[in-house]
Design a binder for this molecule. Structure first.
Ligand code: SF4
Ligand code: MG
Length: 287
């Protein structure tokens, strides 16, 4: 765990769910035996993104909503390296929703961790498309006029190969979810929705609210290798209790990388194949 620590102090608010997610990810990487120099960690803009210099490893902190293209590109270039992308609900379901949709649809072989605190925390509590309707927020004191986007329904409509849900207050379970989601990269896109407490701005889905409702569906017998419709129904049924754990998984769909015909039977990674090529002769054609 110490190898993953940085001298930089965390600046998240007291009680922020980012601490739990950050700790669970470190534990998962250590338990999987990955040293910091063996993983690529990619952060979107948001409160969680300020953790990019609080965790050792190859780290990238990019433009708002653009973490999935970067992470996917890094993975395609170095497909043997675990690549984990972190994004918030604001960036992932507004600015970057196109990337999110095609990340799942394309089955890019990365792990994506959604820091789902139902608001834009970094910009002081603005409503995101996952904020509950009618909840007063700093940018919308009368509540948002639109209905809340049903994120899990969207995810299942994209024919995912891995869907999990965790809670920032359950670090042991989250560690196990992350380990499975990182290992799923050999099969494709692993989506982990982490319900995260944001005590500063989210006064509806609070830590206590989530603590009382979240249960481990796998412990109660849910098999993630079930029909997609069954997993979808379980994910959407949040009225009284919220199912967490590995909700859906299939390993029989090739990842984007595995469908690239030019990469078939290649034993090397793209980064190993980089070389200098003299293009002078080629360019003469255009002079
Ligand atoms: Fe965490 Fe919310 Fe504070 Fe951001 S604003 S650091 S998400 S508690
Ligand atoms: Mg957010």
């Amino acid at each position: 765990m110490n190898d993953y620590s940085c001298a930089t102090q965390c600046t998240w608010c007291d009680g922020c769910g980012d601490y739990g997610i950050w700790t669970a990810m470190k534990r998962a990487l250590v338990e999987l035996g990955h040293a910091p120099h063996q993983v690529c960690l990619c952060f979107d803009v948001g409160c969680h993104g300020n953790g990019s210099d609080k965790l050792q490893g190859y780290r990238f902190h990019g433009l708002h909503g653009r973490v999935i293209p970067f992470a996917s590109g890094a993975k395609l270039a170095h497909h043997t390296m675990p690549v984990i992308a972190f994004g918030g609900d604001g960036a992932s379901f507004s600015e970057g929703i196109g990337h999110f949709v095609h990340g799942i649809r394309s089955n890019y072989p990365i792990t994506f961790v959604l820091h789902n605190n139902c608001n834009y925390g970094l910009t002081l509590g603005q409503a995101s498309s996952l904020t509950w309707q009618d909840q007063p927020m700093n940018s919308s004191p009368n509540g948002i006029p639109e209905h809340t986007l049903n994120s899990m329904d969207l995810v299942f409509a994209l024919e995912p190969t891995f869907v999990a849900r965790g809670f920032s207050g359950n670090i042991p379970q989250l560690t196990e979810i992350f380990k499975t989601a990182i290992q799923h990269q050999k099969h494709g896109f692993a989506f982990v929705d982490v319900l995260q407490a944001c005590p500063t701005y989210n006064h509806f889905a609070t830590h206590q609210y989530l603590l009382e409702r979240c249960y481990d569906a796998n412990v109660e017998g849910h098999d993630p290798h079930c029909e997609a419709q069954k997993a979808r129904a379980l994910a959407l049924d949040t009225a009284k209790r919220i199912a967490t754990g590995i909700l859906y998984q299939r390993e029989d769909v090739p990842s984007f990388y595995d469908r690239l015909i030019p990469r078939k039977d290649k034993k090397t990674t793209l980064v190993e194949e980089v070389k200098k090529v003299d293009v002078v002769e080629f360019m003469k054609e255009f002079i």
